[in-house]
Write a protein that binds this ligand. Sequence first.
Ligand code: NZQ
Ligand code: ZN
Length: 383
Amino acid sequence: MQNFIFHNPTKVAFGKDSIAELKNLLPADAKVLLLYGGGSIKKNGVYEQVVAQLGDHQWFEFSGIEANPEFDTLMQAVAMVKEQQIDFLLAVGGGSVVDGTKFVAAAANFEGEPWDILAKGAEVKSAIPLGCVLTLPATGTETNTASVVNRQELGKKLAFLSDHVRPQFAILDPQVTYSLPERQLANGVVDAFVHVIEQYLTYPVNATVQDRFAEGILQNLIEIGPKVFEPNNYEVRANLMWNATQALSGIVGVGVPQDWSTHIIGHELTALYNLDHAVTLAIVLPQMLRHQRKVKRGKLLQFAERVWHLDISDEEAAIDKAIDSTEAFFRQMGMKTKLTEHNIDDSVIRLVPRKLMENGIMQLGENADMTPKDAEIVIRAAM
Ligand code: NZQ
Ligand code: ZN
């Protein structure tokens, strides 16, 4: 196992009616900016529940954060934060709202051009504190340090990481997921699944807790995946929510090599074709595993045996079956796993490696031995 420091201080309030905890979690006297997306929280009653908890706080609101949050929109929120001298940000929504709020938190305190945080990895020295009420279990952003921001005019979707933007608290009430459309529930299952894979399916370092934890989450997701579409099934939604949080809270990834090549290529597909984040992962991951089967051999066999319960006496057949089963699981969740199924033509084969190079991404994978050329092979196979 590799060395690590683990510290995840996000306070989680989980369960039925946990939005009622908000009044206890908000810092006293905070001047709050409530940030949200396109209006789902107004239709499902979450907005009213949140507002009821704001009590005597002085508060303002900023709406319209898009799925795949847009840089320009977020900069409007930054202007509002400065103008109103906001000192606490409350994100209410899915991963895009929480990620967008993290960027606003960092950009509001940043001296210089905020785009550099994403494009040049400029150091984030401080941020406005934030908390969140999560409405879509998928990304894990509610307790982690990551944020992904889109800038359509440049065709770029880029991420940054900072301890300063980890939410102080995350409120997780599984009941708020009842209003999610099937498409977003499927996205949640697939995104969480691939988060675990990116941290688990690399090469073995004898990290037994991380491995068993990862295998547990993967098996949970396979088991509950088809049931997440059942309306108002609290137990299933509760487990979806906590699995998704833990898939990217940091605990699975400590002390182990990590990959993230599927995500990085997926972000390029979203920037190019506006595909949902998880939709891109369902396309890339199966081909990525096939392309990297030699490098990932040890862990692929472990995955085959422990997650898919396959007989691994014929090792090549077991690896084939494990990857095929993963792809079949995505399809069972309603995902298309080929680019042509999304009416994307083969110019994508040339565009993705070019975009990676433009963004300075020349090395991918747990050994940093994949290049944009490998991405081209993966994309070609995913046609
Ligand atoms: O905008 P509203 O009206 O709220 O509607 C949203 C949006 O249209 C809707 N929605 C959310 N909660 C709902 C709901 N509709 C009905 N009922 C509810 N309870 O769902 C749509 C999609 O929301 P979005 O926030 O975009 O989805 P998700 O949570 O999947 O987030 C995706 C974003 O997170 C990034 C992705 O790249 C993408 O930009 N990621 C962030 C990560 C992180 N910070 O750690 C890791 C991930 O790998 C990912 O990259
Ligand atoms: Zn993801």
